[in-house]
Design a protein around this ligand. Structure first.
Ligand SMILES: C[S@@+](CC[C@H](N)C(=O)[O-])C[C@H]1O[C@@H](n2cnc3c(N)ncnc32)[C@H](O)[C@@H]1O
Ligand code: SF4
Length: 399
């Protein structure tokens, strides 16, 4: 599993240099449990469902409640308006918790900070982990949106990814979610070893046929510490080819745009008005608190991240201490650079920063990575080719 970044120590009570969130913030809740670990996955998740007090599927909500109480103590608010504009339960597999547990955590967030009217409240879910009834309970509890890990509609690709669901289970889950009035997103992965262009087209078309509001498509990354990484090392699987992945991205973008899904962030397409507001808050560099093991937070230029192991997380909170492992306080220049790195990923790009080197911008236009006409009007907006090389564009812009 990827290591946490280096950083400075966090005060034991979790206090922050600038804790004011009066303008509102977002909450991310990380559920670090899965029934089975997929061979490609490097996320902070565990198939041991009971590490001890506060770190088991049944005891974990208590630990989250302690962190919510700690954040309530740390954050400062003027006024009494509800503060949470978006809430996102991610994982791991949030639906390893039953709907009553998820509803209980949501109620604690509401009692602590207030959930704003019209807030977007999402949970991720594996298609095989929901039923018509569980989705009804989630909708009844206030969830407005669900994001299913579809990954592919092609059985041999799902098999290589070691996913446990069938394409039919995705169809049923999306249908039930729609019945309950939930906004629906599906995640796809491209570039899996053995996936042909035709397989990928089948998956994209199958996702569109489900009629979701939102579709994410991610290039498969093979991390060294995963089971898939080991298979690639042993020569049992072929490493995804970056040029082939670039072709798959362009193929997906063409098909999705043709079907009315507008790209609004490099890996995300949505029916107009159904963009994920929670993820937009990240890319707009707004404030969010990440609850749970390994979760990252950003409050007014301070970034901090929690210890990764569920038991270390639960123990810190049990002792009345912050579960944060470390933090980084960004200076003005770092904040501006970060705003470029995040904002450039979006459909409308960013205003050309005053400090940007004019020659670097001209070179990006000449290389076809940045839209020339938008640059004339003062904005840096990625072209289709630029979307594939966003990190290089960011590097080129940095002073
Ligand atoms: C970490 S999962 C959590 C949600 C849920 N457990 C699931 O698998 O659907 C969120 C998404 O991350 C993406 N993902 C995870 N590992 C990835 C990898 N190595 N390469 C590309 N995408 C990945 C998958 O598309 C997945 O749907
Ligand atoms: S179900 Fe999701 S979070 Fe769990 S191992 Fe698979 S991809 Fe990772």
């Amino acid at each position: 599993m990827a290591d946490l970044p280096e950083g400075e120590a966090v005060p034991a009570d979790g206090s922050l240099p600038d804790p004011d969130v009066s303008k509102g913030f977002s909450a991310y809740v990380h559920i670090p449990f899965c029934a089975v670990r997929c061979g490609y996955c490097d996320f902070n998740t565990y198939t041991n469902l009971d590490f001890g007090p506060g770190a088991s599927v049944s005891g974990f909500p208590d630990s989250l409640r302690r962190e919510i109480a700690l954040s309530q103590h740390v954050l400062r608010v003027r006024g009494s308006a509800p503060l949470l504009r978006t809430v996102f339960f991610g994982g791991g597999t949030p639906t390893m918790m039953n709907p009553a547990q998820l509803a209980g955590i949501l109620r604690t967030l509401h009692a602590s900070f207030g959930i704003a009217p019209g807030a977007e409240i999402t949970t991720e879910a594996n298609p095989e982990s929901v039923t018509r009834e569980s989705l009804r309970e989630l909708a009844h509890a206030g969830f407005t949106r669900i994001s299913f890990g579809m990954q592919s509609a092609v059985p041999h690709v799902l098999h290589t990814l070691e996913r446990r669901h069938t394409p039919g289970q995705v169809t049923a889950a999306v249908h039930w979610a729609r019945e309950c009035g939930l906004d629906v997103s599906v995640d796809l992965i491209y570039g899996t070893p053995g996936e042909s262009a035709a397989d990928w087209e089948t998956s994209v078309q199958a996702a569109i046929a489900l009629g979701p509001d939102h579709i994410s498509a991610y290039a498969l990354t093979v991390e060294p510490g995963t089971a898939m990484g080991a298979k690639v090392r042993r020569g049992e699987l072929r490493m995804p080819d970056p040029d082939e992945q670039a072709e798959r991205y362009e193929q997906a973008s063409r098909i999705l745009e043709g079907a009315g899904y507008r790209w609004y962030e490099i890996s995300n397409w949505a029916q107009p008005g159904h963009e994920c507001r929670h993820n937009l808050a990240y890319w707009h560099n707004e404030n969010w608190w990440g609850y749970g093991p390994g979760a990252h937070s950003h409050i007014n230029g301070t970034r901090f991240w929690n210890v990764k192991h569920p038991l270390a997380y639960a123990r810190a909170l049990d002792r009345g201490r912050t579960p944060a492992a470390a933090r980084e306080i960004l200076n003005l220049t770092e904040r501006e650079e970060e705003a470029v790195m995040l904002g450039i990923r979006l459909r409308d790009g960013i205003a050309i920063p005053a400090w940007a080197d004019k020659r670097a911008v001209a070179a990006l236009i000449a290389d076809g990575l940045v839209d020339a006409s938008r640059a004339l009007r003062g904005r840096l907006v990625l072209t289709l080719r630029g979307r594939l090389l966003a990190d290089a564009v960011t590097r080129a812009l940095m002073p």
